[in-house]
Design a protein around this ligand. Structure first.
Ligand SMILES: [Zn+2]
Length: 462
């Protein structure tokens, strides 16, 4: 064999096997890996911290964008959160793999990834609970196999039961009228949540996130809101019942995109459970209160689902490559899902951008708002919709829009100031500056009631 051919083969082999290393990453290793990716792709990444854990570990985020650190109008923001339960570690490793993959493929000129990075701002938080992880990893090293060791943060709190409960308000508002989105935080919310939760809440309030997934383990299923059923507890029993959001069909589709792109999630039978299509409404599996996905939907513009990715919460190192290969396509496709529905600018007659304008879709009792730059994003399935933009002191503008299956449709609004002496729009109680009183739209509960059954969940929560 000539030297040249031999070198070529070695290079090829190196390219095939060298880049990714499949191992569990302790905290220092995780931080090194994030900075390594940043150093390899400095022009399209940024590492930033959203705060610290109880033990002072940084909650690091790796951002991918063609302009890191900058929101470009009409480019949606999307996020992945891993390892919220410290002992559910696959998401953490998958997000590190994803980071390396996005960087490498961008550098290789992979057109799909280049397009994704140039058209989307992607935020990756591999570990929301670094303290819990260290406890879980140490137990793993000593072969202590407690199913829940390391689940909680260093104060012993389950972070996915630690967000302000806004479901109670939305169920009240659905019945009695009131805001259907951006429900306000309780006044003393900072005193009621853990440092990790507080950091995440401040994070999701400071970016106009559109789409998100929260990566867990202990089952294999894509779980969508609501997580909390209308009658969460009855006489000490958890009441399990389908609790759909007004965006139920959209959430089901988002969950199916992941489950069908995943190696086996869509098959339904996993870890001794069966979920048709590999998806489930959160509350119809088991009702939980103060979870993160419900909070995202009720307090922000962000649509979040929860991905349960492995039966074994702490898979053996040898499993990691197989897991990566069966999640890779799903992780990419889910990010691409942010590019659907409608988006556009909301401006006044002088082309000033209007932040916090409300975008309502007729028939879907959940509004979204424009961000600080006047741009809005409304995920929608293909169909024809009547869409209205409103802002205080402006006349509403209504248009009919047909949404196709491909790219999002661009729908800009230019609002005219209400002619004086028109009375200013009344704001509802607790609606905040973003709220707006909507006509009462109560969804029939009869069908929901029928499905209800009382059952106490036997399983250890995922
Ligand atoms: Zn979990």
């Amino acid at each position: 064999m000539s030297d040249l051919v031999s070198i070529f083969l070695q290079l090829l082999l190196f390219k095939l096997v060298a880049p990714v290393t499949f191992r569990h990453h302790r905290y220092d290793d995780l931080v090194r890996t994030l900075y390594k990716v940043h150093n390899e792709c400095p022009h399209v990444t940024r590492v930033y911290s959203i705060g610290r854990s109880v033990k002072g570990r940084h909650l690091y985020v790796l951002e991918f964008s063609d302009y890191p650190g900058i929101h470009e109008p009409l480019e949606p923001e999307v996020k992945y959160v891993g390892n919220m339960h410290g002992n559910e570690v696959l998401g953490r490793e998958l997000l590190l793999q994803l980071s390396e993959f996005l960087c490498e493929e961008f550098r290789n000129g992979n057109q799909r990834i280049v397009r994704l990075v140039e058209g989307t701002r992607i935020h990756i938080l591999p570990s929301m609970n670094p303290d819990g992880y260290e406890v879980a990893a140490a137990a793993q090293d000593r072969d202590i196999s407690g199913y829940l060791v390391g689940r909680n943060n260093a104060n012993g709190v389950d972070l996915n039961r630690n967000f302000p409960d806004l479901n109670t308000y939305i169920y009240y508002n659905e019945k009695n009228g009131g805001p259907n989105h951006h429900l306000p935080l309780p006044d003393n919310w900072k005193n009621q949540v853990e440092p990790e939760t507080q950091a995440v809440i401040q994070w999701i309030r400071s970016f106009n996130f559109v789409l998100s997934a929260n990566l867990h383990g202990g089952a294999v299923v894509a779980n969508y809101p609501y997580d909390k059923s209308l009658e969460h507890r009855v006489r000490g029993f958890r009441r399990t019942a389908n609790a759909p959001t007004p965006d139920d069909t959209l959430f089901q589709k988002l969950a199916k995109v992941y489950s069908y792109a995943h190696g086996w999630m869509h098959q339904g039978w996993n870890c001794g459970d069966y979920f048709p299509d590999g998806i489930t409404n959160g509350a119809s599996w088991y009702s939980l209160s103060k979870g993160m996905q419900d909070f995202n939907y009720l307090h922000t513009n962000c649509f979040e689902i929860t991905l349960e990715l492995s039966c074994d919460k702490f898979p053996r190192q040898e499993e990691l490559q197989r897991e990566w290969l069966s999640n890779r396509e799903a992780l990419i496709q889910f990010l691409e899902e942010v590019h659907q529905g409608i988006k556009g600018m909301v401006r006044d007659e002088n082309y000033n951008n209007l932040a916090d304008a409300v975008i309502s879709v007729s028939g879907i009792n959940h509004d979204v708002t424009s961000g600080d730059h006047g741009d809005y994003f409304r995920l929608l399935l293909p169909g024809t919709y009547t869409v209205t933009a409103t802002a205080p002191t402006f006349d509403p503008e209504t248009v009919s829009v047909t949404v196709g299956p491909g790219e999002p449709k661009l729908v800009n609004f230019q609002l005219k100031r209400s002619t004086p002496p028109a009375a200013p729009k009344r704001r509802g109680p607790n609606s905040g500056h973003r709220g707006r009183v909507l006509p009462k739209k109560v969804q029939p509960r009869a069908a929901r009631k029928k499905e209800m059954m009382v059952k106490q969940s036997q399983r250890v929560p995922a």
